[in-house]
Ligand binder design. Structure first.
Ligand code: BGC
Length: 375
């Protein structure tokens, strides 16, 4: 009898110990191929709830985010590719860190301290997301991060003076961490040896239906913004701030993206849908809940907390089914959307917009957090 009790006790202790190890946070590094002879690794971060995020050191790309729906099914909520070659060939910025200047700079030109600079133009006559070879197309150094409350990857890249036309050596660090609150945090830091514009963000395409089952038009979007920056036909801000009130740009209450996307509104014509910067309310440099996205079909809800003053919301208007992504799925029209916390587009040419110029001796530092729930 005593031996039976001891046995049962040992069995229970063993079971609990095993369970604890299986529910610990983990980080795994695997080879993912090479780019121009440089090894690329894929890091898999997993928290105690089973939420899993994969990140690679090519483009500092988020390759997948697995989160449960309301029935507990874990599925991928970001677009991308199963293999490295997909990312190398494609120019849609799936999951990548975009920079040195995320978003557009008109005609690739700006004047700083009296000197005119000319950047690579890769979007018609404009500069977009860092140029021909932006931060999404370079190999970063990577290091696993293990903390008591989070696992992550710290990525580092030195963008050389003159790269894509930008002045100054820019030393950039991006740290992704996943915690047990189902929060994926992105912390950006940069320093420079010459004044330069900097605007970094993550370019993940979300589709909360899971594994890209349907378009994103049913997703309910909330943006804490009373104003947006209207654009011209080349998607360059005019410099004005317009009220969202009474327009299809009003997401101050959660609203289905498809509800007004085809309205007869000139700004939507310019963007072929939504492709604009919203001016976030109550920005004071601290981390604030500014955006949420809910998919009623799956019950998945994502919240974005950011310190940034703007949000580029792009409704996947240039996806046309020609890209075959993860699991052989064709990424059709509006099957993914980007929510990019950042400074406003073309800020170097708009002195009234929040400053994007980093100077020697200063540190660029900004944080955004993506939190996942079910409802
Ligand atoms: C821009 C779109 C652009 C897309 C490229 C977005 O951030 O706002 O205009 O087509 O990036 O994937």
């Amino acid at each position: 009898m005593n031996r039976r009790v001891v046995f049962l006790f040992l069995f229970a202790a063993f079971f609990l110990a095993c369970n604890r190890t299986t529910t610990k946070m983990s980080i795994k590094k695997e080879p993912f191929g090479t780019v121009e002879g440089e090894p690329i690794d894929l890091y898999t971060l997993k928290n105690v709830n089973g939420m899993t995020v994969k990140i690679m050191n090519y483009g500092a790309i988020v390759q997948s985010i697995l989160v449960p729906d309301r029935k507990g099914n874990f599925e991928d909520v970001v677009l991308g590719f199963d293999y490295l070659e997909g990312y190398v060939k494609d120019h849609s910025y799936f999951g990548a860190i975009v920079g040195r200047y995320g978003n557009r700079i008109a005609k690739g030109k700006f004047t700083l301290d009296g000197v005119e600079y000319t950047l690579a133009t890769n979007n018609g006559e404009n500069h977009l997301h860092g140029g021909n070879k932006g931060f999404d197309k370079v190999v970063w150094d990577a290091k696993a991060v293990k903390r008591k409350d989070a696992v992550g990857v710290k990525l580092h890249y030195l963008s050389k003076d003159g790269e894509e036309g930008y002045p100054g050596n820019l030393d950039v660090t991006v740290t992704y961490t996943l915690n047990n609150e189902n929060e994926l945090k992105i912390e950006y830091r940069a320093t420079t040896d010459k004044p330069t514009p900097v605007n970094l963000t993550n370019h993940s395409y979300f589709n909360l239906s899971g594994n890209c089952k349907r378009d994103i038009l049913e997703h309910r979007l909330w943006i804490n913004a009373d104003y947006f920056t209207p654009v011209d036909a080349g998607l360059i801000p005019t410099g004005e701030l317009w009220s969202v009130k009474g327009t299809p740009m009003d997401f101050t209450k959660p609203t289905a993206i498809g509800k007004r996307i085809n309205d007869d509104y000139e700004q939507l014509k310019f963007g072929h849908g939504y492709d604009h910067n919203w001016v976030l309310n109550e920005v004071d440099g601290s981390l604030k809940l500014q955006v949420s996205l809910f998919d009623p079909g799956s019950g998945r809800l994502m919240e974005i907390y950011t310190e940034e003053p703007g949000l580029q919301f792009y409704s996947g208007n240039f996806l046309d089914g020609s890209i075959i992504g993860k699991g052989g799925v064709a990424y059709k029209y509006r099957y993914g959307l980007c929510l990019e916390p950042q400074h406003f587009p073309d800020s170097p040419n708009h002195p009234d917009f929040p400053n994007t110029i980093l100077r020697p001796g200063e540190t660029y530092h900004t944080v955004s957090v993506y939190r996942f729930f079910v409802k």
